[in-house]
Structure formats: structure tokens, C-alpha cells
Design a protein around this ligand. Structure first.
Ligand SMILES: Cc1ncc(COP(=O)(O)O)c(C=O)c1O
Length: 399
């Protein structure tokens, strides 16, 4: 047999998706599993969203539509961008996608040529470097260090930018660190992005999940940025619509949107109409369920933080947003677990934790920092109240 295409080797599988599948399998095999690995809210999709989708099915609105998405979907997204983000877009700049992940994929495919460099602050969502490599580009990582509280500094962008640098990918608030930035910090990033003539892919999927009192600022609102930013967003997180596979991108101009629509027309065509009808209802509101969910996430985050604070040698920062706690467990590497397993990196740590306590979390290496592990607080408070003490017990048994 002849070999498969080389590009298949360029892409790594998503460790978070693999871990979630493993947790589901162990659970169907009858093991008690506590899953704090997956980034999927445990709430139901809001009722008015479900009803809108059902109405569309009953009305027979189930035919092919244009690859870039239905006009009514794109208009609703433009309204949202104006109302919430103070950004004016033409519906022809909007592309409906099968989730935000697909929007990121479209954006990268549209701007990254062979050997182009793309700046990616780390820790980062592992999909970004995987997709840059898939498009024959080179990810250039900007390490957000513990000393800098896992925050990016504008100087890192200017130092790393070369004539080959095409774009930067920003994810604010960040998966996995939860870091969000002040207006002054965003201005400092925008300044160097404009100076170096970079595109900016701004993944704003966690914009509604902020636990500080600061309003969300899209980097596209800053001078010189809208014309170089591709905003990526989706409905999975704030509206609990992970399985609906619906998101969008807002392109800096109609030409780029047209190019992306052309590719989409030859690949996925368009995301499900039914999901688009549900998403229109989601962006139009009401938003009580989003507000209630954010409040609940905030309580969970504080509950988890309280337990972590009581464990010696465990270091973490309270997140500004998203729904993850990124915890430094590096001081436990080189020690043995109660069952006698030597742990020397984040994969071994998470594997031993799963084996010995049935607790699922994600190794930091999959986000680019091996000293850390990621806990998601998308599980219920009762689950968290049982699961996190298991982590404490595991740590306390290490010698
Ligand atoms: C930063 C970030 N962007 C995008 C996504 C994917 O969202 P969607 O389900 O809309 O594809 C995720 C999911 O974990 C994420 O963490």
C-alpha cells in the first residue's frame, strides 16, 4: 500500500478530546470517574434556543443555504457585534461555521502560506499550533511565564516578529490560564501588531465568561485593528451548545470573507440551518441563563480555589475568565504516589491521578507547559466537592 498523505503526520490529535473519550469509556466500563477534564458546560441549551431550532424544523427550513451562512444569521451576528462589542460589520464579512474550531481553521487556512510564521502565546489551546502546522506554517511560541503571571507582554510580540511573521493568535480570556487583559495591555499589543503589519486571529469564545467586573474589550475595537483582525466566536460555551456545532468569524473585509466562503463551499458547504436558527435566538437573547451560569461558574471557581489553597506546594492564579484553573504541580515531580508510581511530568501525573483516584484532568503539556495541569469547573458543585478532595488526597499521599 502507498503511504497516507504526509500532512496527516503534521497534525497531532487533541489531548483534551482523547482524555474525554477515555473518561467516557472508563465510565461505561463501570468505573467511578470524576471528569474535570472537559471544557463543556454541564447546563442545558436555553429553552428559547431549542424552541427556535424546533420551529425551523417544523416549518421545513431544512434546505441548503449559502456556504457563508443564512443572511438572517449574519445580520443577527452583526447586530450582536454592534450592541456588545461596538463594532460595525457588513453581513458579507460574516461566515457561519461549524463551531469556533472550524472558524479558527478557516481563518488560519485563509492567511497562512507555507513557511509563514504565526505567533502563539503559550500556554495555549492546542488546536492553534496543530492547525498552523496543517497549513504548512510554523508556530512561534511566546511563552507567558509564571514570573509574568502567565501574561503576554507586548515586547514579546515585537521581539519575535520577523519578515516571515504573518499573524498572531490571541485567545482572551485564555484557555487554559483564564487570563484576560486590561485596555492598556490590549493597546500595547495592538500597537506592535500594527507596527509589524500582522493579522490577528482573536478567539473570543469565552467573552461572556468573565469573573472580574471589567467589561469585555475586543482587540478589534482598538485603532488600526479591525482591518487586520479575524474575530472568532461560537455558541458552545456561553449558550451550552457544544453539540450544535455552530460558530462564526467576522473577517476584516469582504474579500477575505469571500475567499473563505469559496473554500467552505467546496468543503463543509455550511453549518446546519437548524443550528443557525438556534444561534440567532441565542444572540438575540434573553441572556438570563448566561448570567446565571456565569454566577454558578464563579462560585465553583471560588470553591475549587479554596481547596487548592489548602494544599501545600500547589500554585495557581485565580482566572479572570473562561472555566479552567491552571495549576502548577511541578513541585511534585520526582515523587512517588501512594501506589508507588514515580511521576515526572504532567502526563504521568494525570495518568496516575486517573488510575488511583478516578479523577480526570488535562496535562499541561498539551497547552505547552509541562509543570501545570488543567482543571475545568464545568462539572457541578457536588461533583467538584467530591472530586477536588480526591486530588488533595492524591497529593498528600505523594512522597
Ligand atoms: C479557546 C477555544 N476556542 C474554541 C473552542 C471550540 O469551540 P467550538 O465548540 O465552538 O468549536 C474551544 C473549545 O474548547 C476553546 O477552548
Amino acid at each position: 500500500m502507498k503511504p497516507f498523505a504526509k500532512r496527516m503526520d503534521e497534525i497531532q490529535s487533541s489531548m483534551t478530546v482523547e482524555i474525554d473519550s477515555l473518561a467516557k469509556r472508563l465510565s461505561t466500563e463501570g468505573r467511578s470517574i470524576w471528569n474535570l477534564g472537559v471544557g463543556e458546560p454541564n447546563f442545558d441549551t436555553p429553552i428559547h434556543v431549542k424552541e427556535a431550532a424546533i420551529r425551523s424544523i417544523n416549518k421545513g427550513l431544512t434546505r441548503y443555504t449559502t456556504p457563508s451562512g443564512m443572511r438572517s444569521f449574519k445580520e443577527a451576528v452583526c447586530e450582536k457585534l454592534k450592541r456588545e462589542n461596538k463594532l460595525i460589520y457588513d453581513p458579507e464579512q460574516i461566515i457561519a461555521t461549524s463551531g469556533a474550531k472550524h472558524a479558527v481553521s478557516n481563518a488560519i487556512a485563509a492567511i497562512v502560506d507555507t513557511d509563514d510564521e504565526v505567533l502563539i502565546p503559550t500556554p495555549c489551546w492546542n488546536t492553534y499550533p496543530a492547525l498552523v502546522k496543517y497549513c504548512n506554517g510554523n508556530p512561534v511560541f511566546l511563552e507567558c511565564t509564571k514570573e509574568n503571571k502567565l501574561r503576554l507582554k507586548a515586547e514579546q510580540i515585537s521581539k519575535a516578529a520577523t519578515s516571515k511573521t504573518k499573524a498572531i493568535i490571541l485567545n482572551i480570556p485564555c484557555n487554559p490560564t483564564g487570563v484576560a487583559y486590561s485596555k492598556e495591555e490590549l493597546e500595547s499589543f495592538a500597537k506592535v501588531i500594527v507596527e509589524n503589519d500582522l493579522y490577528c486571529i482573536s478567539d473570543e469564545i469565552y467573552e461572556h465568561l468573565i469573573y472580574t467586573n471589567e467589561p469585555y474589550i475586543s482587540i478589534a475595537t482598538l485603532p488600526g485593528m479591525q482591518e487586520r483582525t479575524i474575530i472568532v466566536n461560537g455558541f458552545s460555551k456561553a449558550f451550552c451548545m457544544t453539540g450544535w456545532r455552530i460558530g462564526y468569524l467576522a473577517a476584516p473585509n469582504k474579500e477575505l470573507a469571500k475567499g473563505i466562503a469559496k473554500v467552505q463551499g467546496q468543503t463543509t458547504h455550511h453549518p446546519s440551518n437548524i443550528s443557525q436558527y438556534g444561534a440567532i435566538a441565542a444572540v438575540n437573547g434573553p441572556f438570563d441563563s448566561v448570567i446565571a451560569m456565569r454566577q454558578e461558574f464563579s462560585e465553583r471557581m471560588h470553591r475549587m480555589s479554596e481547596i487548592f489553597r489548602s494544599i501545600p506546594g500547589i500554585d495557581f492564579l485565580e482566572p479572570d475568565g473562561a472555566f479552567y484553573l491552571f495549576v502548577d504541580v511541578g513541585s511534585y515531580y520526582g515523587k512517588k504516589t501512594e501506589a508507588g508510581t514515580l511521576v515526572s511530568n504532567s502526563i504521568e501525573f494525570c495518568k496516575a491521578l486517573l488510575d488511583e483516584q478516578g479523577l480526570v484532568i488535562v496535562p499541561g503539556i498539551s497547552f505547552g507547559n509541562d509543570s501545570y495541569v488543567r482543571f475545568s469547573f464545568t462539572a457541578s458543585l457536588p461533583t467538584i466537592s467530591v472530586a477536588v478532595p480526591k486530588f488533595k488526597e492524591f497529593i498528600e499521599g505523594m512522597k
